[in-house]
Design a protein around this ligand. Sequence first.
Ligand code: RIB
Length: 289
Amino acid sequence: MKRPKITVIGSINIDLVTSTDCFPKQGETIRGNNFQTIPGGKGANQAIAAARLGADVHMIGRVGDDSFGSTLLENFEKEYVNTDHIDRVENTPSGLANIILSEKDNRIIIISGANAHVTPSYIERSKSVIIDSDYVLLQFEIPRETIEYCLQICSEHGIPVIVNPAPAMNLSEKSWEQATFITPNATERKQLFDEEWKEKLIVTRGKEGVSFIENGKEKLIPSHSVDVVDTTGAGDTFNGAFAVALARGLPIEAAVRFANAAAALSVGQLGAQGGMPAKEQVEEILAKG
Ligand code: RIB
């Protein structure tokens, strides 16, 4: 089978992950259980999720000229993600996420670093790879004008785009219109949309599942029951897998079911990328029903 061509335009972060028994209260100091430094970033996570599922993936983004930048580039190579369109920004740190894991959930603070330098003019030189894609994935940890510029390029060339509006930020009316699918979680859906765009909304609802509109009515695909180690990156796994499934020609409901299963598997291991599955693992969990 031909490998789908997916291009991810977005953030690349190093995740500083601390696990604790409970979240600290304001002004409180508590002891943590474990600390790890691991690759992350919504863009990078989505790229790696798609690559593990057999797609031919190009990542467009930037890292800093620090040691984290080298680690992040090596990680893409190890995961067979094409890095021709990732460069290093001089005198700038790589993007970073401070993550606290507790109570089967997370709290995250991001510092943009090199991700803030993913500008429209930086994208311009990668236009040929964008317009040669079967699907493009965008998230919101790079500047708004870049997201809007990418949507414009895709719309002009008829390239379908999944927009994952995380963290929540508004786009122009025209840009939302140019998105093929919009994939907020339940909180982002509430923050950003009323009734608009509901036909293209695919809403990830954590342990409840994923909902979308079919024949004018909301349909919920329930989540799989799994042991949760770390939910970080579950949404990113969903998006990467959804793009792969759509690019392979699956109809919307089947693509949602495939991505929902991939996301369920992803929470079984520590780190945003730790539990991201291969295609066979997803097919196995889907076959079990
Ligand atoms: O979606 C999870 C990701 O959000 C983490 O990897 C972190 O880097 C933040 O971008």
